[in-house]
Design a binder for this molecule. Sequence first.
Ligand code: XAN
Ligand code: ZN
Length: 465
Amino acid sequence: MQVFYGSVINPETLTSYKASSNALLAVNAQGIVEWIVHDVQDSLIQETLLQKGCIEVEVIPLKDGQFIIPGFIDTHTHAPQLPNIGTGAQYELLDWLEKITFPMEAKFADDKFAEAAYPEIVRRTINAGTTTCCYYGSLHLGSTKVLADIVHSLGQRAFVGKCNMDRNSPDYYREDSPETSLCDTQKLIAHIHSLDAGSSGIPLVRPIITPRFAISCSNPLLTQLGDLVSSDPSLHIQTHISENRSEITFAKSLFPECKSYAAVYDSFRLLRRNTILAHAIHLEDEEMALIKERQAGISHCPASNFHLNSGIAPIGEYLDKGIKVGLGTDVSGGYSPSILNAIRNASIASKIRAMQANVGAKSSGQFKNNQLSIASLLYLATLGGAQVCDLEDHIGSFGPGKSFDALVVDVRGVAGNHNLWGADSEIAGTKSLDAMLERFLFCGDERNISMVYVQGRCIGGAGRS
Ligand SMILES: O=c1[nH]c(=O)c2nc[nH]c2[nH]1
Ligand SMILES: [Zn+2]
């Protein structure tokens, strides 16, 4: 049993979180939160432990300036694109794929290249505070197995998929046939299942079906992927939707029988409660209704949406409609593997939409055309992401029975490196806990993430010895 004592911030709803500066939080040997008691005075720690039946446990005290939050959930990123971050912003999506992205992803045909590149890539996402990550690999089976192996060995919770893509990309980066694509996908699923064979509970690394986007998949391929997921309702699905106007026009021209982009995925049985749709910037009303009805989730990738000049997703409207939304870094459309960067861009995106809305006009919903609050931003980065991954019963916040996927944040910076508080020593109490959270979300970086826990195990962070 590990028992932490100190400041804990726990997201509750889109508009609220609970901040308590002297909580006791107990995690059992399986990495599951057993209980939390808020507002425990120093003098009552031992009595509280006894009441909980904990005898002779060592309490881990958090320091002044430290607090625990749930780990970040990155609902959309591309592992083989990390070597490209910070390049290509002069292009929009379709040219960017051809000129920047496909040439880099093609290098992962060589497993050795993947073995050299992926450890640092995964380590960076972990130290950035991402405890659950939805990874796209390249189209290659071999290197995507390497990615899954590395994620597994480093202890991150993740979904790992290889891209399915058998048309509309250059010869050097396209699968030979729908059959090859399906066969390699099945082999990847078997490989990932073998990683956690024999362990109880939900496995940390899980496969995810990854039709890159409608444009890159033929009808036979989508049909076969639909058959595959229909045979296993627990299989997750990730894809892109409605990111860029030219992309939408092209996608619609390829599927004239479908009413909308979302309807394409729906017609192949790929739209369901464990489907993660990245971007969703330019959805039509009918598509929003369909996505809501199917209970699919949206990965909001605002940095990428700005960087590739794609647009600003109407996240407030989706939240008003009750559509599930989480955050994605979308490396390398996005130029940072950190969800903190996604939080900042989500905040700016919401402010721009609010500014663009008719000045003085009353917003028709709670979130539409309003800026996202700190509570909403924290929620999207944690519990919202968990909902998008269909894992909200297990991760995204702390509560009895949920996994301890958590960050120990240190606003003074680990070993004083990157102190967000400067010389101000006034750093105690719930009021300043709110201020610490805000300061961390907008100014913090990995130097302020002391420990990264997944399933109760410390797997990274600047303060990990
Ligand atoms: O941002 C994006 N990144 C990609 O790699 C991609 N592929 C299809 N659509 C895409 N959008
Ligand atoms: Zn993407």
